[in-house]
Design a protein around this ligand. Sequence first.
Ligand code: G3H
Ligand code: 13P
Ligand code: ZN
Length: 307
Amino acid sequence: MIFATLKEVLDRARAGKYAVGAFNINDMEIAKAIGGAAKEERSPVILAVSPSAIKYAGIEYIYEIARVTADNSGVPTVLHLDHGTSFDDCIQCIRYGWSSVMFDGSKLPFEENVKQTADIVRIAHAAGVSVEAELGKLAGVEGHVSVEEKDAIFTNPGEAKLFVDRTGVDALAVAIGTSHGAYKFKGEANLDFPRLENIEKLVNMPIVLHGASGVPKDVLDKAAKYGAKLPGAAGVPNDAIKTAISLGVAKINIDTDIRLAMTAAIRQVLAEKPEEFDPRKIFGPAEDAMKAVAKGKMQLFGSSGRA
Ligand code: G3H
Ligand code: 13P
Ligand code: ZN
């Protein structure tokens, strides 16, 4: 297989007490930035492709972009379906050559999530493809969360143990206080580390942290300076990322920070050089900005030098 599996990359990360970044890709520029960062950092990397990225780019384009990215970087590269929500999403990617799929049944009742995840695991494993699943809800986490709310929406450690035993997944995404995107938090994410520790002890497998962007203030300020109308927001602080890794998080999903870096750089060129219309002079600086962010994440996650 051209691509490494999620299982082999994450089992090594867990043993080495570091995490591997899963970066969402939608086009050539983003993929080149992530692959270039992985090459320079000598870091394993996960190229995450969502169903809407497949819809946007076309499966043929995004697969080939990922293949060339893996070839050029020369580091272990996983091609991973991010947030597949149906059997068809997962099977399409398995057939096309993805080395890993996420089935996100987190919105389903527990028993239905177990059933659908187990069905996908059986097929994926027969094809040599890894599976990540999700338990608990990331959506709607805003600022302070009460104990009752945490129990209702965060991952329950006992259920997590039952879930992994009954499904045979290779990695488990948990809800411990992060949220997707840049807009939901009015302050920094407050992660439930005791819960994470309990889950890790019980499931004894790589844990995945979604919604892990830091949403740095300097990037938001830069975007605002060049005309963006983004609400003031913050994400997960670097210290919290390090603690999460020390407690067993082995895969960290980043999309928002790359999106912000890309669009802030594009806004800067367009604002400072209104006469510019060569796309390469607009997307080139954006690629450099994304690569710098990805390299910083690889250093933070401890995956640099591990390939
Ligand atoms: O968690 C979702 C990722 O950020 C992908 O987002 O569905 O807009 O491609 P998307
Ligand atoms: P962010 O929105 O915090 O970057 O999270 C990305 C993610 O979880 C992709 O699955
Ligand atoms: Zn996610």
